[in-house]
Design a protein around this ligand. Structure first.
Ligand SMILES: C[S@@+](CC[C@H](N)C(=O)[O-])C[C@H]1O[C@@H](n2cnc3c(N)ncnc32)[C@H](O)[C@@H]1O
Length: 323
């Protein structure tokens, strides 16, 4: 059995956005299914569900030898099946179980590292113990509420807050910009937060009637931070050009009136990489493609004092700032 480090990183692509990833990483040395082997990136790479930061090749003889070698490295491994599916499943069956069951929110994730692996030929595994995403295979599912929220958009908010290891507490003042029909506001009100929901479109009546919810019919981006005053969290899921959102967030950061942010950066046509990079350059923040994101990225910034776990840092997929 031999374990050999591989140069570069392995990027796990997002279905439908593989082209965006290939544009970001340029030359791709090889790929197995939606795993792309490329150079370690000097600038943030956004359009991936996970990045394998320390890839290796493991040459092995038997199935038990392969599983044993992975177990010696660490406990948690998630298979990304790309070929030799039956043999890969037999190896997986000999590894400790990693739960992928739907989670109840709020959920404080464990902090043990989550590795990734795939079987590229009957006697060769490509894997990495260190990955940017703490979720198995870069994805998480939540136990959905099919009756309460008026849209499924709350799932991306839950995912972002889980990654931040922080969420609003009872009576925390929150601004929800682009709130209609009210999925995010529903999730925030359920946490006991006081939510100012801003949108030019109406909130669903039952969301508007929830405890702690105030609706403001307005263009969110013409509201200055001083119009709102100090808040604990700013959320934005408004459909707008990324530059417009960035200028508005700059004003909030300059004002010092808010420390915690979760904003969807919605791409209109071609991805606005320049603005995504400008967001990612904001200290102590990250831009990621959540497993519940569509043609959008999510920018998250939280004050370390909010953290509900051991580490408040969201994944930062950039060489030299790596996990
Ligand atoms: C994807 S929806 C938001 C969904 C919402 N987060 C939920 O959970 O139900 C985008 C919203 O952005 C709103 N929007 C777009 N531009 C806006 C602006 N300048 N100010 C306020 N809301 C805006 C739209 O009216 C729309 O309701």
């Amino acid at each position: 059995m031999t374990l050999t480090p591989l140069d570069g990183w392995i990027y796990h692509g997002v279905k439908g956005f593989e082209g965006h990833l290939l544009e970001e990483i340029g030359q791709c040395a090889a790929h197995w299914g939606d795993l792309y082997h490329g150079r370690a990136a000097d600038t943030p790479v956004f359009w991936n569900r996970n990045i394998w930061l320390a890839p290796f090749t493991l040459r092995f003889g038997s199935i038990s030898e392969a599983a044993g070698a992975l177990r010696v490295i660490q406990r948690n491994w998630r298979l990304t099946p790309t070929a030799h599916f039956r043999r890969a499943a037999l190896i997986e069956a000999r590894l400790p179980r990693v739960s992928t069951k739907p989670r109840l929110f709020p959920w404080i994730m464990g902090t043990a590292p989550m590795g990734g692996w795939t079987l590229v030929d009957p006697h060769t595994i490509i894997g990495s113990a260190r990955c940017t995403s703490p979720f198995p295979g870069g994805a998480v599912t939540f136990a959905e509420d099919k009756t309460g929220p008026p849209s499924r958009a709350y799932l991306k908010l839950w995912e972002a807050l889980t990654l931040c290891r922080a969420w609003p507490r009872a009576r925390d003042a929150c601004l929800d910009a682009g709130a209609s029909p009210g999925g995010w506001t529903w999730a925030l009100s359920r946490l006991g937060a006081l939510v100012t929901a801003v949108d030019r479109a109406p909130l669903a009546d039952r969301i508007r009637a929830m405890p702690g919810v105030t609706y403001l019919k307005h263009d969110a981006f013409t509201l200055k931070p001083q119009d709102i005053g100090p808040i604990r969290w700013l959320f934005c899921d408004a459909a707008c050009y990324p530059r417009r959102l960035f200028r508005w967030i700059e004003a909030w950061l300059e004002s010092g009136l808010c420390a915690n942010f979760v904003c969807a950066i919605k791409m209109q046509g071609a991805p606005d990489t320049e603005t995504a990079r400008a967001f990612a350059a904001i200290p102590r923040s990250a831009v990621v493609h959540l497993s519940h994101n569509k043609h959008e990225l999510t920018w998250m910034k939280t004050d370390p004092s909010e953290s509900a776990g051991d580490s408040g840092s969201p994944p930062v997929p950039v060489k030299d700032r790596g996990a």
